[in-house]
Design a protein around this ligand. Structure first.
Ligand code: GTR
Length: 439
């Protein structure tokens, strides 16, 4: 497919959608968590998607066409630097002083199916500095290191399963169910269990590592005074925001997994939902030690093409979440056309590693079609590197996954992570992370 400058044209017609008024009675904190905030002017009409021209992935800054696999590394470095400077911000290297303390070595969990491990990571090598806690499950039955899914969670490790042995996070949480005065309570245990089908993951021979995103950066705009930002305080407009800090934490999780005897650090799939799906993509793009990358309903600033301005836009995301991206990204609010990159290039940074993008039909705010197109366009780098692209130029019907080295599905239902999504990720991992001698 030749897509050096991919141009899309649409007719312009004006349409309006109903506002989110139903939610007005809900307290503001909950509103932010729920992700409501779709203004009346939100575009949900394909005919109102503006004409746009995507920046070429396979053409270097000096105009040279990238036609051979050996030219890709140089172009990849250029694209990565653009995302760092203009979108997510530059994060520091791994800290030299980092220390792992195993708090629980061999917990008997999930009815004997799992070995549960809890590990404290101290980034500055001291208990008073920033740190995070990893909850790691690996199958008891495995006789060697297993491939692992690694992902951040929204509410604390204790929300992943109703298990009294999981440490309640001491970190800041937004008030809501099971959270009182920004602290976790026992009631919150297992609150997000539907998003983490631990039994299924383990019984299919995989491990699961998860960390609370708020250990790395509590999700509010505080001028970057908490979490890991003090390790390298953002001063320049191209320095790290919250997503970059969360992604950095995923790389530190991988540092630990590389050292754990039960996990295979060479077969870690980074996975995330929504804002944490944006994070999984950025983590997988920057850190090529991640063997597979999965984006679940990541939307604007994640898998969706910014230039389509369908659902959430750059302007809207910067206004509501000013701390997520580098300060430079604010210059593109309502000016997507001058962004030096678009999100298909972020996905391309994952190549030739397996990449899976998942959308949900009712999740129009995340622009499912924009997520599909982005994955499709990224395919040209997979092709160049001898891997399979999506194998389709039309969006597939709901619940009919496409699986090349780039995978995609549109699930029925709303913005969420469901058993259906996980079954697809496990199938995809079976295709790409299993080796003949793997446990
Ligand atoms: C929404 C936000 C989305 C998405 C979502 C989430 O409020 O607009 O970009 O990240 O939150 O993380 O749940």
């Amino acid at each position: 497919m030749d897509m050096n400058a991919t141009t899309h044209r649409r007719r312009t017609r004006v349409a309006f959608r109903p506002a989110c008024r139903l939610f007005l009675a809900i307290p503001l904190g909950v509103l932010v968590t729920l992700g409501c905030g779709e203004p009346d002017s939100t575009n949900y009409d394909e005919s109102r998607v503006p004409d746009y021209s995507l920046p070429a992935i396979l053409q270097t800054a000096d105009g040279t066409a990238v036609e051979r696999p050996d030219q890709w590394l140089g172009r990849r470095a250029e694209i990565l630097a653009l995302f760092e400077e203009h979108v997510y911000g530059k994060a520091p290297d791994a800290p030299a002083e980092m220390r792992f303390e195993v708090l629980e070595e061999d917990g008997y969990a999930v009815g004997g199916l799992a070995r549960r491990k809890q590990v404290l990571v101290e980034f500055a090598g001291e208990s008073t500095g920033p740190g995070m806690e990893i909850l790691l499950y690996t199958p008891q039955a495995a006789d060697g290191p297993v491939p692992v899914f690694a992902g951040l969670n929204f509410g604390g490790n204790h929300t992943v399963r109703a298990d009294p042995e999981i440490r309640l996070t001491k970190a800041w949480l937004r008030d809501g169910e099971g959270v009182v005065r920004n602290r976790a309570t026992e009631e919150a245990r297992g609150r997000s269990a539907s998003r983490w089908p631990v039994e299924t993951i383990l019984s299919r021979g995989y491990g699961l590592a998860t960390v609370y995103c708020g250990d790395l950066d509590p999700d509010f705009d505080d001028g970057f005074e908490n979490g890991v930002h003090p390790l390298a305080p953002p001063r320049l407009p191209g320095d790290w925001g919250a997503i970059a800090a969360w992604a950095w934490g995923l790389s530190r999780t991988l540092d630990y997994l590389e050292a754990d005897p039960h996990a295979d650090g060479g077969r870690v799939a980074v996975m995330g939902h929504s804002r944490l799906g944006k994070t999984a993509l950025w983590a997988g793009a920057r850190d090529d030690r991640f063997a597979m990358v999965i984006s679940n309903n990541s939307g604007c600033g994640g898998a969706a093409l910014s230039r389509r301005r369908f659902g959430e836009t750059v302007e809207r995301i910067n206004a509501r979440f000013p701390h997520w991206f580098a300060r430079n990204f604010h210059a593109y609010s309502d000016r997507e056309e001058i962004l030096p990159v678009d999100q298909h290039m972020l996905l391309a940074l994952v190549a030739p590693r397996p990449l899976y993008v998942a959308s949900a039909q009712d999740d129009r705010w995340a622009d499912p079609r924009g997520e599909f197109l982005s994955a499709m366009h990224a395919g040209e780098v997979y092709e160049l590197l001898g891997e399979r692209d999506l194998g389709a130029t039309e969006m597939p019907p709901a619940n009919q996954p496409l699986t090349g080295t780039v995978g995609y599905h549109l699930r029925t239902g709303k913005h969420d992570v469901t058993a259906y999504d996980w079954d697809r990720y496990l199938d995809f991992a079976d295709m790409h992370l299993r080796t003949a001698d793997a446990p």
